[in-house]
Design a protein around this ligand. Structure first.
Ligand code: GLC
Length: 553
């Protein structure tokens, strides 16, 4: 039994954490730091973050207390979706550097004793990938077209899409191609942008090619993959109409009805990936982005022989409410496994509104960024106390807020164009990191302006400025990661829940108690309480509203 939740009145479990078989315990308990290369650090002063820039800041990640880094896609890409549209899986985008730079990056991580995972996008490639170009050049029914989902259109002239599928990014999930003579031809499926044609994983040639890609990177020393959009690979065939609202965006909540997500033989495919990972010693690590509607569906991906971990993103959707947090945590923890898999908790990513902004709405419904930052610290303290791994998205450790009001012409997220709604765009969490106040871009580039403008107030949020301030968000994050290593990592993988007050969430992990106050009244601590971590300097004898502590029992 691995991760279970128990009520206080239930028998205490022996709770010993079995170490995951064949997998380094670093992953099981470790903290991964997500680097979005485009906006992390610019090494060649062109205004775009790159691998050399990232290498220069790896010691920062190490000092923060992370165990591993995850790099969002750095591959050759026309950037129709920020690099999640890959034109060559075995080459690096010139925006970011070269394959040699990537090798240096991996080597530098390892020198610092940081593990490294890279983002592997398997559901789709770029429409500029040679596989898709070959499919376009080939005839309907050809082996080249079998790499993708090409279908004839419906209607008299084939000018209606093959089915009514809609895209995750909004709009129809089929686009019609035009032959070299200009005549309209077949349609291809893209569950995301039209620049991201879905690969046909039913084709053994696709599977073989990805095995080669896996090995290419494993042999270059990466320790594993963050696997992008895994459920999208699972499609039931033949495709059938779903009756879905054509004006919406596909979400996993509709997947039961659609059967073009989390269906088909996706689990068999995941197992085949795991067997490649197991060819290495130690085995390579696979953590999935599994966007599905139920916890049951999520947990199916970490059954023995599948992934070692999945991101548990359900806290991202949670309002600031003790019961909501508790229910979501219990949902993801309440499963049995043989100890070979675990959840990886995250509060942020390159796809989500930053947590400071999400939590900033006060009782009066107004945005209060100081409140958002205070709650984001408490939420970080909470997730770092949970059994399993944790992931921090660049900038989360310094409490960056979402950037709103970016000029419309600079928004690149395809969701904006496809839905016509700028508020749905993800650019606002992808603004360049502020490192110091030495240059106009706060140390991101030397002189080139970053692609997206940083708010002028970000000098105060910069790493250098926050390093000087003992009570800063950054110094809290550093303290939290170090306290986690000292007090949390060796604890049993069990949360024993306490029921102190309606708005107070609390659980014990072995001899450490985590308390987070979601309410408006102070929660008084016993005079003898030994506080080992607090989210707010002001905490002395009570957990203040919107703060949290760990106490040694
Ligand atoms: C994942 C990525 C997201 C990307 C999508 C399509 O959800 O996190 O950024 O747009 O997959 O690849």
């Amino acid at each position: 039994m691995a991760f279970v939740t128990k009520g206080v009145d239930e028998e205490r479990s022996e709770g010993s954490a079995q170490s995951g078989h064949n997998v380094s315990s670093d992953w099981r308990r470790g903290v991964t730091y997500q680097i979005y290369p485009r906006s992390f650090a610019d090494g060649n002063n062109d205004g775009i973050g790159d691998i050399r820039g990232a290498i220069a800041h790896l010691s920062y990640v190490k000092e923060l207390g992370a165990d591993a880094v995850w790099v969002s896609p750095w591959f050759l890409s026309p950037m129709a979706d920020g690099g999640y549209d890959v034109a060559d899986y075995c080459d690096i985008s010139p925006l970011f550097g070269t394959l040699l730079d990537a090798e240096d990056f991996i080597a530098e991580c390892h020198r610092l004793n940081l593990k490294v995972i890279i983002d592997l996008v398997a559901n789709h490639c770029s429409s500029e990938h040679r596989w898709f170009q070959a499919a376009l050049a080939a005839a309907p029914g050809s082996p080249e077209r079998e790499w993708f989902y090409f279908r004839d259109g419906r209607g008299e002239n084939g000018d209606l899409p093959p089915t009514d599928f809609i895209s995750v990014f909004g709009g129809r999930a089929w686009t019609r191609v035009t032959g070299s003579d200009g005549t309209p031809g077949q349609w291809y499926l893209h569950l995301f942008d039209l620049g991201q044609p879905d690969l046909n994983w039913g084709n053994p040639a696709v599977r073989a090619e990805f095995e080669r890609i896996f090995r290419f990177w494993f042999d270059r020393g990466v320790d594993g993959f963050r696997l992008d959009a895994v459920p999208a690979i699972g499609k039931d065939l033949p495709f059938q109409d779903t009756g879905m609202d054509q004006g919406g965006q596909f979400t996993p909540e509709t997947s039961e009805q659609t059967r073009y997500w989390d269906a088909g033989d996706v689990h068999e495919i995941v197992k085949s990936w795991r067997s490649v990972a197991e060819l290495y010693d130690p085995p390579k690590y696979l953590v999935g982005e599994i966007n599905v509607s139920t916890t049951e569906a999520l947990l199916r991906y970490i059954r023995p022989g599948e992934l070692q971990s999945v991101f548990t993103m359900n806290l991202v959707k949670s309002p600031w409410n003790a019961q909501e947090f508790e229910d979501r945590i219990k949902g993801a923890l309440n499963f049995r496994s043989d100890g070979s898999s675990w959840p990886t908790w995250a509060l942020s990513s390159h796809d989500e509104v930053r947590s400071v902004t999400r939590f900033a709405t006060n009782e009066q419904g107004q945005l209060d960024m100081a409140l958002g930052a205070q709650r984001a610290r408490a939420a970080l303290l909470l997730t770092l106390a949970l059994p399993g791994g944790a992931c921090i998205y660049q900038g989360e450790e310094i409490g960056l807020p979402q950037v709103s009001g970016l000029p419309l012409e600079l928004l690149e997220d395809p969701i904006v164009a496809r839905t016509g709604d700028p508020l749905k765009g993800r650019d606002g969490c992808r603004v360049a990191m502020p490192w110091d106040e030495s240059t106009p871009s706060f140390g991101f580039s030397v002189s080139a302006p970053p692609r997206l403008p940083q708010p002028s107030s970000w000098g105060e949020l910069s790493v250098a400025r926050q390093s000087q301030d003992a009570s800063s968000f950054l110094n809290f994050s550093r303290a939290a990661l170090h306290a986690r290593r000292e007090h949390i990592e060796q604890q049993p993988d069990v949360c024993e829940w306490n029921n102190f007050a309606k708005d107070v969430l609390s659980f014990d992990r072995g001899d450490v108690r985590c308390i987070v106050n979601f309410g408006t009244e102070d929660f008084v601590l016993p005079a003898t309480a030994l506080v080992v971590l607090k989210s707010d300097e002001e905490i002395t004898d009570a957990v203040l509203p919107n703060t949290g502590v760990w106490i040694q029992l």
